[in-house]
Design a protein. Sequence first.
Lengths: 137, 140
Amino acid sequence: MSAYPGQEGLRAPLKVARGNGASGTGVPHWWVQRVTAVALIPLSIWFLFLVGGLLHATYPEVLASIAQPVHAILLIVLSVCLFWHGALGLQVVIEDYVHTRWLELTLQIALRFGASLAALACVMAVLSVWLTGTGYY
Amino acid sequence: MPNTRPLSPHLGIYRWRVNMLQSTLHRLTGLFLSLGALLVAWSLIAAATSGTAWDVFAGFCGSWIGMILLFLWTWSLLFHLCNGCYHLLHDMGRDFGPPRRDRTHAPVYWKTGVGVIAASIVLTVLVWIILLVRIGGGAA
């Protein structure tokens, strides 16, 4: 028997290592995380000011604020960057701490579905307020 | 097949440095801000749904638990922002040269690390002083 799992006889462990090593991907993950981070610097500061300005706003005032074209576009960009950046970060956290394969896979898929769904819902909500002025109805 | 092979010495062998706290806080605030992102989604969906849905959301934000969470979210955002900017400077190669890591002097990242944490706290207090003044002004 060999000391290495998967090694039979004189075959080198490299035989089973093929395809299990460096994935050959990951650079886009790194870059998208940085690009969304850079985008989120001004967006999150702007968002703090937006929220601060809406502290005592009534519901119609909130709708009017979201429906301003500049606010609507920035909210859409913010939503996409926010959930993309968050999903990339949570992906690494799951990779680091969840070592049960089926659970890790389930969480990774749920994360992608959840983040996409949330970002899409935000975009649709802003668009509906912006374009109809009254929300979904 | 369970991995029974020995592990190399891990976190316990290192002397405590402020960048360990930064690294841990960056990840923890990132996790917490992911929940905050869901609050943003809730607010936009509530605004698009109806006045009643918005009132439920606004009621949550105005409650004590909501205020405490919003305060923690503010600090999390500002820390993640300050530390993230510092991360981006690191990505450009700042503070990595040999003289910067000289142990006989205090490496530059000790001071900047404390500075980043201090800045996030000062900014959070500043934001909430402004917010509370506005809340007080609006209620009066």
